[in-house]
Design a binder for this molecule. Structure first.
Ligand code: ARG
Length: 460
C-alpha cells in the first residue's frame, strides 16, 4: 500500500521524503505526543466512539513506545515524516485495528498544535527555574560583598560610585521581568487545540473539555481555524527568550569589560574560562563572549518565525512545520546560557581593592557637590555650572578636586566651605543616596533580603 493511502498510486520520491521530513528534529515532542494521544483515546472510549478495550490497549502500548524511545530503542523512520506518524505507525504495527482507531476525530494539524503547547508549558517551567537560579547566584554574590563600591558608568565613562551589589541587583530585576513575560506567555498558551481536527472541528461527539482537563489545560480553544493556524504563542515565547538573551548578553558584556586588564574589577573561576592555543598567559572570558554571541541566533529565530508566518493564508500550511527547529534551538541556547552563567557568577571574585581605588576618584562625587549647593538654595542649573567651572579650574591647576584650596573652590562656588571636602568620599556618597531604588547600603541590604526571601519561596 502506498504510504499516503488509497489516493496515491506511487511511493513518495526519496528527495521529497528528505524535503518534507521533520522526524529528525520533532522527535523531541514524543512525551507530549504520547500524553496527548492517551488523553484523546480515553475520551474517545468515554464517548462511546471507540471500544474501551481498544483505548486501554492504545494507552498501554503508547506507554511501551515511550519507554522504548526513552531507552533509545525505538527506530525512527524518515519515510514516516514526523513524530506523530512514527508513533501511530508503531502503534498500528503492534495493535492492528485497535491502533488504527487512535487518529479518530483528530488531524496532525490539531495534534501538533497540542504537542507544541504541552512542550512549551514544560519548557516555560524549566526556564523559570533557571532564571531563578541565575537570580539566586547574583544575589548571593552581591550579599557576599554588601559594602563593596565601584564606579558606576554612563556612556562607559565613570559616573558615580555605586555598590557592587546594586549593580548585580539591576540584573536580578531584569531577570524577574523576564520570568514574568514567560509566565504570561505560558498562561495564554495553556488552552487546548485538540478537537479542531484539520480545520473545522469534527462530526463525532468529542468531549474537548474533558481532554483539556486531563492534560491540565485551562480551557479549550474557541475557534478551530485559529487552533490549527496560529503560532503566536511561539512568537511570544521566542520574544521572551530574545529579551532574556539580551539581558544576559549585557551582563556578559559587563563581565568581559570587568575581566579585562584595563578594568580588572573581577576574576572568573578558572573552570569558567579558557586559554589561548598560542598565548600562554591568556585567560579568556569565553562563556561571557559566547553568551553575547549566541544572542544573535536567538533574535534570528524570532525574526525567522515571524517571517514564516506573515504571508500564510488561513489555516494550516506546511510552512508551519518550519516553526520548530528555530524554537528548539532558541530554547536550548537560552537554557544553556542560564545554566552556565549561574555557577560562573557564584564563583566570580570581585577585586575589591581595584574597585575601591577607582571609586575613590573625587570627580565621581561632583554631583554630590552640586546637590550640596542645592541644599543651600542654589538653583540646580547654577550649581551644575559652578561645579563644572570648578572641575575645569582643577584640571587647569592640575589639582584633584578634594585637594583644591578653599580659595580656588570659592572662585567657582561662592558658598563653598571646608565642609565641601568631606563630600569627596565614596562611602559617604553612596550612603547619602538613601531613597527607594538608591544605592545606599541600607537600601541595597533591604533589597538583597527581599530578593533572598522571594527566591527562596516556592514559585507560584
Ligand atoms: N509535521 C507537521 C508539522 O509540524 C505536522 C502536521 C502535518 N499536517 C499536514 N497536514 N501535513 O507541521
Amino acid at each position: 500500500m502506498a504510504m499516503w493511502g488509497g489516493r496515491f498510486a506511487k511511493e513518495t520520491d526519496s528527495l521529497v521524503r528528505r524535503f518534507t521530513e521533520s522526524i529528525s528534529y520533532d522527535r523531541r515532542l514524543y512525551p507530549h505526543d504520547i500524553r496527548g494521544s492517551q488523553a484523546h483515546a480515553r475520551m474517545l472510549a468515554r464517548q462511546g466512539i471507540i471500544p474501551a478495550a481498544d483505548a486501554k490497549a492504545i494507552c498501554a502500548e503508547l506507554d511501551a513506545i515511550r519507554k522504548r524511545i526513552d531507552a533509545g530503542k525505538f527506530e525512527f523512520r524518515e519515510e514516516l515524516e514526523d513524530i506523530h506518524m512514527n508513533i501511530e505507525s508503531a502503534l498500528i504495527a503492534k495493535l492492528g485495528p485497535a491502533g488504527a482507531r487512535v487518529h479518530t476525530g483528530r488531524s496532525r494539524n490539531d495534534q501538533v498544535a497540542t504537542d507544541e503547547r504541552l512542550y512549551l508549558r514544560a519548557e516555560a517551567d524549566e526556564i523559570a527555574a533557571l532564571l531563578r537560579g541565575l537570580q539566586t547566584a547574583l544575589v548571593t554574590l552581591g550579599a557576599a560583598h554588601p559594602d563593596l563600591i565601584l564606579p558606576g558608568f554612563t556612556h562607559l565613562q565613570h559616573a558615580q560610585p555605586v555598590l557592587f551589589a546594586h549593580h548585580l541587583l539591576a540584573y536580578v530585576e531584569m531577570l524577574d521581568r523576564d520570568a514574568g513575560r514567560l509566565a504570561d506567555c505560558r498562561r495564554r498558551l495553556n488552552v487546548l487545540p485538540l478537537g479542531a481536527g484539520a480545520i473545522a472541528g469534527s462530526t463525532l461527539p468529542l468531549d474537548r473539555e474533558s481532554v483539556a482537563k486531563e492534560l491540565e489545560f485551562d480551557g479549550v480553544m474557541q475557534n478551530s481555524m485559529d487552533a490549527v493556524a496560529d503560532r503566536d504563542h511561539l512568537v511570544e515565547f521566542l520574544a521572551a527568550l530574545a529579551v532574556i538573551a539580551m539581558h544576559t548578553s549585557r551582563l556578559a558584556e559587563d563581565l568581559v569589560l570587568w575581566c579585562s586588564q584595563e578594568f580588572a574589577f573581577l576574576e572568573l573561576d578558572d573552570a569558567f574560562c579558557t586559554g589561548s592555543s598560542l598565548m600562554p598567559q591568556k585567560k579568556n572570558p569565553d562563556v561571557a563572549e559566547l553568551t553575547r554571541g549566541k544572542t544573535g541566533r536567538v533574535y534570528g529565530h524570532l525574526v525567522g518565525l515571524l517571517t514564516t508566518l506573515k504571508g500564510l493564508p488561513l489555516t494550516y500550511n506546511r510552512d508551519l512545520q518550519e516553526d520548530k527547529e528555530g524554537l528548539f534551538d532558541a530554547i536550548d541556547t537560552v537554557k544553556l546560557i542560564l545554566a552556565t552563567l549561574a555557577p560562573m557568577m557564584t564563583g566570580a571574585k570581585p577585586n575589591a581593592a581595584r574597585m575601591a581605588a577607582m571609586a575613590a576618584d573625587p570627580a565621581l562625587m561632583a554631583t554630590d557637590l552640586a546637590e550640596w549647593l542645592v541644599c543651600r538654595g542654589v538653583p540646580f542649573r547654577d550649581a551644575h555650572h559652578q561645579v563644572g567651572h570648578f572641575v575645569a579650574a582643577c584640571r587647569e591647576q592640575k589639582v584633584a578636586l578634594d585637594r583644591a584650596p578653599l580659595a580656588l573652590m570659592k572662585k567657582s562656588l561662592p558658598l563653598a566651605t571646608a565642609e565641601c571636602r568631606k563630600l569627596f568620599d565614596p562611602k559617604r556618597s553612596v550612603a547619602a543616596r538613601d531613597l527607594t531604588g538608591g544605592t545606599a547600603p541600607v537600601q541595597v541590604k533591604k533589597q538583597l533580603a527581599a530578593w533572598r526571601k522571594k527566591l527562596a519561596a516556592k514559585p507560584a
